[in-house]
Design a protein around this ligand. Structure first.
Ligand SMILES: NC(=O)c1ccc[n+]([C@@H]2O[C@H](COP(=O)([O-])OP(=O)(O)OC[C@H]3O[C@@H](n4cnc5c(N)ncnc54)[C@H](OP(=O)(O)O)[C@@H]3O)[C@@H](O)[C@H]2O)c1
Length: 357
């Protein structure tokens, strides 16, 4: 197994921490001896053993003289767990191969410390893949002004998100819907537009293969605070945290009604203010699930970092609800081109994941 292959395996293992380790990063590790894998590990739970400790415990004496291939720079600090650099030095490993440097000022510097202890250290192996996997974690340090925002939409072939009656159930098939539940588990908040909340009456809960460590906050962008109390979101607000982001014009009595139902309400004049308000509340990632007007406004304001686009093989026609109503026009020369970072089939549907440059 070469280092790239071992790193691919480490990245695969790291995904097992999705929804369970945040705000920590997802990390996977493989120990090689004589080019052969002898053990593997990953960070499974927030506060639990790091990937390096997990892999070293499984390797035991076989780690001596070997190589660890790990998707994030080993930490140097005593947190809920001891510093991984100390464990690595004690284990007798000879070499460490790292994908991503640790941006956390408290934990970073692992590569330097390992080199100082006499180990050979290689960095930046499959760096881009690792950075994409931990985009939320990296964003937390790179941009303290707002959460990392991912947009997810399911569209028809003609880019509609609902039929002419506003019905969107179901554009995509079961596999895509199960993927969305997996996706939700890795975000601290799930956002929707007020119109979508009223039309879809969705629960916005996670009902998929991963039970999130912390239930995501449900966020509704509803300027007039007009959500009816009959909606599932409002009726369950005492059990599942739910926040309405209203404008300064929203009536105090509407806000009072929602608050009495257990909904938290904040006033935010613009989407940018709404985002900084969320970040100030400690929300570092949000998955926005439409609708089209909210999606377009977020894109217009440069507030989307990643787009999960589920394309479904049906036509809804001109009268359907557009995916990006109000998206500003751009000339060919000015148009943003987003790199596709993943493309895969979800049953009959196609998932495209695109990152803003
Ligand atoms: N296929 C899918 O993936 C998918 C996903 C979600 C929804 N849908 C469908 O999409 C339809 C709803 O979409 P939609 O485009 O009509 O509405 P929408 O995007 O859900 O709603 C726009 C809402 O966001 C509010 N908002 C707050 N700040 C805003 C801002 N800066 N810019 C724009 N809106 C802002 C708007 O308030 P004001 O009205 O007060 O301006 C409005 O309540 C439904 O039929 C739903 O079933 C489909």
């Amino acid at each position: 197994m070469n280092y790239n292959e071992a790193m691919r395996r480490a990245l695969e293992l790291a995904w097992r921490g999705w929804g369970r380790v945040y705000p920590n990063p997802m990390v996977g590790a493989v120990v090689l001896a004589g080019g052969e894998p002898v053990s593997e590990g990953y960070h499974a739970e927030f506060g639990g053993p790091h990937a390096e400790a997990d892999a070293l415990a499984a390797a035991g004496e076989r780690a001596r003289g070997g190589t660890m291939v790990v998707s994030l720079e080993p930490c140097t600090h005593q947190g809920k767990q001891p510093p991984c650099t100390d464990l690595i030095v004690k284990s007798g490993l000879r070499e460490v191969v790292i994908a991503l440097p640790d941006p956390n000022p408290e934990a970073g510097g692992g590569a330097t410390r390992l080199r100082a202890a006499g180990l050979t250290v290689e960095t930046n192996v499959l760096l881009e893949e690792a950075a994409r996997q931990n985009a939320i974690f990296l964003h937390r340090f790179a941009d303290p002004s707002r959460p990392y925002v991912a947009l997810k939409l399911a569209t028809s072939l003609d880019n509609k998100i609902a039929d002419r009656h506003g019905r969107s159930r179901w554009i995509s098939g079961e596999e895509a819907r199960s993927f969305v539940h997996w996706l939700r588990a890795g975000f601290e908040a799930i956002g929707i537009g007020g119109h979508t909340a009223r039309v879809d009456d969705a629960q916005l809960t996670v009902r998929g293969p991963v039970e999130p460590r912390v239930r995501p906050l449900r966020v509704v962008f509803d300027p007039q605070a007009e959500l009816p109390e009959s909606l599932q979101l409002v009726r369950s607000a005492r059990e599942i945290p739910t926040l309405v982001l209203a404008s300064s014009q929203a009536s105090t009595s509407r806000i009072g009604t929602l608050e009495r139902a257990g909904v938290q309400v904040e006033r935010a004049g613009t989407l940018t203010t709404a985002m900084s308000l969320l970040r100030a509340r400690g929300v570092t990632s949000m998955l926005v699930e439409g609708g089209g007007r909210l999606a377009a406004s977020l894109l217009n304001d440069g507030l989307v970092d990643r787009f999960y686009w589920i394309q479904s093989p049906l036509w809804l026609g001109e009268a359907g609800v557009p995916a990006f109503a109000g998206r500003m026009g751009r000339s060919m020369a000015e148009a943003e081109r987003w790199p596709v970072v993943e493309r895969r089939a979800l049953g009959e549907d196609t998932l495209l994941v695109l990152d803003r440059r």
